[in-house]
Structures are given as structure tokens and as C-alpha cells.
Design a protein around this ligand. Structure first.
Ligand code: AMP
Ligand code: MG
Length: 307
């Protein structure tokens, strides 16, 4: 695959995955990894996730394999799960933002797998958007943000899941969920019954520095509402949710389920911005399954922090 050639030459390639589009570089090429931060305008203390095509590559990245990690990997790789482990000394500090751990994920998306296999090396890949903007779930979104800033963009379908991977810290005794995603805590607890969410107050400083940044936010103001809530100026606003609102909105996404809502959220944010809509009302969802991840992204987009 030609795109893999760019990776071998130290370039940057955007590629589709089942969660969101990623912006890839060879993890063992420090200059290439540094270019990822520059292209996105990403703060240097926000760690990247290493993407692999084969479980055999884990030993190139992780110093030791904990039992919790082995069980999660067995259950959920390939898929929308990132496992954080103590890193090998050979993994450049720029990739892990100076942490002694590295996040590892094996995407299930067909194009991603073919691309990563052709690269023949683990590929660091944050979301392929400008830092601070909604994550890219369509090729169009990648193009809007990064055209002219990177070497190659692989066009794929819209991301099936639409929210970033679940991140679980497996470097210590007890597995801790740092970021909720499509692999829900209910699913994780079937494998590791004592898995917990990280305490948000501690999360920001020590474990997952990236979570402190403003994320996922469109230019429009995001407001979380309950089903049926009456809002001002609906005719100039956007609305996304599973319910049918009683008002007429300028732009509306009627979602079939929480999964469908998750898959459409970030592209809806972008579409509202393209049309100059100033306020987006997002219907709240039940905090279960993917609903937790969806609520996490909605709260961040709305500027609500737990800590
Ligand atoms: P993104 O690539 O934009 O989806 O962001 C990756 C996110 O995963 C970071 O912002 C962190 O929240 C989390 N993450 C990645 N690597 C680590 C790590 N080694 N330790 C803790 N959290 C991590
Ligand atoms: Mg991101």
C-alpha cells in the first residue's frame, strides 16, 4: 500500500478506523511523531495511542504484560479499546508525552488493518483533526482540518462507532477506566469484575493528562437538555437526540438509538458549524452502555467538568 510508504519515510497519514479517523506516524521515528503534534496543534503533554496490526507488536511497546491487560486484549482486540501499559525504553518519550506508560490499540476497521499491516511498525495516531475541534468521523472532516498539513489521507467510510476508544490503565494492580468508550464498563466488568472509573480529580494530573483539555467542541455553544424540554430560539438552533422535539429546529438529527447518536454526534457538530448555527441542543441519554461515553463527550463539549 502506497500510504504505508509515507509512514516509512517519516510522513503523516490520516486513516479511517471504527472509532474516529486517526493521524498516523511511525512511533519509532521521533521527528515524525513530533510532526503529529505540530500538524494538529496538539499540546506536547497529551500522549498518543500506539496502533498495531498484530498482537505480536505489543512486546515492541510494552515492558510487561499484566494479567488484566492480557484478559482485556483477549476479549476486545481488535476493537475500540486502548490498554495502557508500562512502556519499553525504546518507545520515544515524545509519543507518550513523557509518561512511562503507552496506550495500545488494535483497530478492527478493514482499511485501518490493511494500512497498519503494510506499515510493519506500530503507528502513533491521535484523532485526525485540529486540536480542540470535534473528532473527525468522516473523510470530509479530516480534509477540512488537515488538508495541506499532512502527506496523505486514506478515504474510508464514516466511522462506525464515532466516539474515541475506551482507555483502560492496566499498568497497576487494579484496572482503571480513564476514558469511557464503546467498550462499556459493563462489558469490562464481565472480564475484570473490580474495574472502576478513574476519580476525575486525580485523572487530570497524574494518569491521563490529555483529558484536561477542551475536547470535542464545535464553535457553536452546546447545551444538554432533557427530552421534551422547551428551548429559546429553536428555529436558529440545532438539535440532536433520540426523541422527537415539539419545536421546529433549523437542523435536526433524529437518532434511532444511543449507538446511532454516538455515530452521528461529531459530524452533526461540524454540520452545525458549517451552517453558522450558534447553539446546539443535545438530548441527554441514560448513563449505561455507550451512553456513558456519549454523556462524557456531551459534557466536555458543553464545557462541564466533573473535577
Ligand atoms: P486521542 O488520540 O486524541 O484520542 O487522545 C488519546 C488520549 O488517550 C489522551 O488524550 C489520553 O487521555 C489517553 N491516553 C493515551 N495514552 C495514555 C497514557 N499512556 N496514559 C494515560 N492516558 C493515555
Ligand atoms: Mg483527539
Amino acid at each position: 500500500m502506497e500510504a504505508a510508504e509515507f509512514i516509512r519515510l517519516g510522513g503523516l497519514v490520516a486513516f479511517p478506523t471504527e472509532t474516529v479517523y486517526g493521524l498516523g506516524a511511525d512511533i519509532f521515528n521521533e521527528r515524525a511523531v513530533a510532526k503529529v503534534f505540530a500538524a494538529k496543534g496538539r499540546p506536547a503533554d497529551n500522549p498518543l495511542i500506539a496502533h498495531i496490526s498484530d498482537k505480536d507488536q505489543i512486546e515492541l511497546l510494552a515492558e510487561e504484560f499484566t494479567d488484566a491487560a492480557a484478559r482485556l486484549i483477549d476479549a476486545f482486540f481488535p476493537g475500540p479499546l486502548t490498554v495502557v501499559l508500562r512502556k519499553q525504553a525504546t518507545v520515544p518519550a515524545v509519543a507518550s508525552a513523557g509518561l512511562d506508560t503507552i496506550g495500545i490499540r488494535m483497530p478492527s476497521d478493514f482499511v485501518a488493518r490493511k494500512f497498519l499491516a503494510a506499515c510493519g511498525t506500530p503507528v502513533v495516531a491521535p484523532s485526525a483533526n485540529l486540536s480542540g475541534c470535534p473528532s473527525p468521523t468522516s473523510f470530509r472532516a479530516v480534509f477540512e482540518d488537515l488538508n495541506g498539513r499532512i502527506d496523505c489521507m486514506l478515504r474510508g467510510n464514516d466511522a462506525e462507532i464515532g466516539l474515541e476508544s475506551t482507555v483502560i490503565d492496566c499498568s497497576a494492580e487494579r484496572a482503571v477506566i480513564l476514558r469511557p468508550g464503546a467498550i462499556s464498563i459493563e462489558m469490562v466488568r464481565k472480564i475484570l469484575p473490580d474495574a472502576e472509573f478513574a476519580d476525575p480529580a486525580k485523572l487530570e494530573i497524574a494518569r491521563s493528562p490529555g483529558m484536561k483539555y477542551r475536547h470535542y467542541a464545535p464553535r457553536a455553544a452546546v447545551k444538554i437538555v432533557v427530552k421534551g424540554e422547551i428551548v429559546p430560539d429553536a428555529e436558529n438552533a440545532g438539535y440532536i437526540g433520540c426523541g422527537i422535539p415539539s419545536q421546529n429546529f433549523r437542523l435536526r438529527a433524529q437518532c434511532k438509538s444511543a449507538d446511532d447518536y454516538a455515530a452521528r454526534l461529531f459530524e452533526f457538530f461540524r454540520e452545525c458549524d458549517r451552517r453558522g448555527i450558534r447553539t446546539i441542543y443535545c438530548e441527554s441519554v441514560a448513563p449505561e452502555g455507550i451512553g456513558r461515553a456519549l454523556l462524557d463527550r456531551l459534557r466536555r463539549a458543553a464545557g462541564i467538568t466533573d473535577a
